[in-house]
Design a protein around this ligand. Structure first.
Ligand code: CA
Length: 429
């Protein structure tokens, strides 16, 4: 089925600012709450949120097989479970409804008032009920940098890394939508030199991780696997993902079983899921792989995406400083390789599962996706526009992540992924 929603020549009768992340070619999916406390599934064009529940009730999706309450829900899980054909039909229809050449809704004042909200009239919620969250470790530059800092610069990349898309199971309860503040976590840290007692207190090395995450539909039954050539069919879309990390807690706890409390206290996502369909024009060459992967991980065609990524830090009441510019295409392991690998043992993937990419660091020092790497564990502090320095993230700093794709005709963005760090809660030693 053709993705007519992606037509780059299409314009909307809704006003869209130049350089908006949300032209009519985007049509992402999210969940929002109105001032009247109505929760609904929606999409966005320009700075307008569109209530898909109301649109459906008023008959605008006629002819598309959808259950009556599919959009009147507080998560996209059921809609995502309907599968790619339905996602395409709905996106194509939304594009038609809001096309500048189409009357219909445009000329129906009462319907418009029920369906369309300004973004400042609504609040974004989590788009999916994340059943399981997996975090990969798929940027070669990041894995090499972290290996150098935490272990041994001579053998920074573990020998398995070039053969296996490394990942671990994270925690979904602490995934939060953009705008939700986070608390600086408390935890154990390595004993000070010459002592045997671990430290305890608020993390001193609080960090962000610049990641993207993909959201899956129900994919396979327990015991079966997803062949890599089918994997793309099961990816609904992507969000920006800040996998907050406490480096001092992480360094003390991570051996032998890997990340735990240094990672699971909060992960912030951008609230609009941009569909893989919308990203179609931005496919790019896959990274060259050092070893030929095993057959189940061999990829045909372009499975990487050219997505510009940016991180800024804004001290309270001050100007933001951009600290990193990276790109999703730097990922060594592509999403389809990750999904094929995740299920090769028969592990079942469900609708609404979220797979983090791992920190996306590029090849240059200004493209690293964490403060750990940007400051080389605090050795080279970053200068901020307000004259202060940062080794890691301070209390009351806001970390802002952005992502967009752009070609000659279209720009597709993700909206901001924002989180402010609040001081740790008072504690008894
Ligand atoms: Ca991570």
């Amino acid at each position: 089925m053709e993705i007519t929603a992606n037509n780059p020549n299409r314009k909307s009768w809704l006003e869209v600012a130049e350089n908006s992340d949300f032209p009519i070619q985007n049509i992402p999916f999210g969940v929002f709450i109105t001032k009247d406390d109505i929760i609904t599934i929606g999409t966005r064009i320009g700075d307008y949120a569109i209530d898909l529940g109301a649109l459906h009730q008023l008959g605008y999706f006629e002819g598309i097989p959808l259950t009556d309450d599919i959009f009147l829900q507080d998560s996209l899980n059921d809609f995502i479970a309907d599968g790619r054909k339905t996602w395409r039909l709905v996106r194509n229809r939304i594009a038609d409804i809001f096309d500048a050449t189409k009357g219909g809704l445009r000329d129906h004042k009462e319907h418009r008032a029920e369906i369309i909200f300004r973004m400042d009239e609504i609040e974004m919620l989590l788009p999916v009920n994340v059943g399981d969250y997996t975090d990969f470790y798929a940027s070669k530059e990041h894995a090499t940098n972290v290996g150098s800092l935490f272990r041994d610069p001579e053998n920074a990349l573990m020998p398995n890394w070039l053969h296996v898309p490394i990942g671990y199971h994270g925690r979904s309860s602490s995934i939060i939508p953009s705008g939700t503040p986070i608390r600086r976590p408390l935890g154990q840290t390595r004993p000070a030199e010459g002592t045997n007692t671990p430290g305890f207190g608020p993390s001193k090395l609080l960090d962000f991780e610049l990641e993207m995450a993909f959201i899956t539909t129900a994919s396979n039954h327990l015991g079966e696997r997803i062949p890599i050539e089918e994997a793309e069919e099961y990816i609904f879309g992507m969000v920006l993902f800040n996998d907050w990390s406490a480096r001092d807690i992480q360094a003390w706890e991570y051996q032998p079983l890997g990340p735990f409390l240094g990672k699971n206290f909060a992960s912030t996502i951008s609230p609009w899921i941009v569909t893989l369909d919308a990203l179609e024009p931005f496919r790019t060459d896959n990274p060259e792989q050092v070893h030929e992967p095993l057959p189940y991980l061999q990829v045909d065609g372009k499975k990487s995406y050219d997505i510009h990524l940016q991180v800024g830090i804004q001290p309270e009441g001050k100007e933001e400083t951009v600290v990193a510019n990276s790109n999703f295409k730097y990922m060594y392991w592509t999403m389809v390789q990750q999904l094929a690998h995740h299920t090769v043992n028969g592990c079942n993937v469900r609708s609404g599962d979220m797979m983090g990419s791992g920190t996306i660091s590029g090849p240059t020092k200004d493209s690293y996706g964490s403060m750990l790497e940007l400051t080389w564990r605090g050795q080279n502090p970053l200068s901020m526009n307000d004259g202060t320095e940062r080794k890691f993230i301070n209390d009351n700093d806001t970390v802002i992540m952005r992502a967009h794709c752009e070609n000659d005709t279209v720009r597709i963005g993700f909206g901001d992924c924002v989180g402010k760090v609040l001081p740790a809660i008072e504690f008894e030693k």
